[in-house]
Design a protein. Structure first.
Length: 144
């Protein structure tokens, strides 16, 4: 199963406070464990929401809203994509994670939908399209 593991933003991350060398080293060690275990598929930190935007949809209309957004605890400051056997395994990995923020923090774990979760709505044609697009993305990544 794939999981998106989201580090929730805090006042510090939204202020652009960068991690110190000790935090970078601790997180580097943790990421190394994830990679060696075959768990980590991807992971990145995100700039504060002040550097981002949201696009709101209402029927055919689109409205752009530029950050910052609040409250900080509802935002994502970074993420991983993990491959784990179960939610319990993902929880155990998060429990081993260094605290990603200087003070209190929270990490949210969410399963990623897989093709079989969509049932009959994912027709053979749509499945073929998804497979083709995934292959194209993988090729672009290996060529780049």
């Amino acid at each position: 199963m794939r999981f998106m593991v989201m580090v929730k933003a805090t006042g510090d991350s939204e202020a652009g406070t960068m991690p110190d060398e000790a935090m970078m080293a601790a997180m580097g060690r943790f990421n190394e464990e994830l990679v060696k275990a075959g768990v980590m598929l991807a992971g990145e930190g995100l700039h504060p929401s002040a550097r981002g935007a949201r696009v709101r949809f209402s029927g055919a209309d689109r409205t752009v809203v530029r950050g910052p957004f609040s409250p900080a605890g509802d935002l994502v400051a970074g993420y991983w994509m993990w491959q784990c056997a179960s939610l319990d395994e993902a929880i155990e990995w998060v429990r081993r994670c260094p605290n990603p923020m200087p003070g209190d923090s929270e990490i949210e774990i969410r399963p990623v939908f897989e093709a079989e979760d969509f049932g009959e709505a994912l027709t053979p044609e749509l499945r073929a399209q998804e497979d083709r697009l995934r292959a194209e993305v993988a090729k672009q990544r290996s060529d780049g």
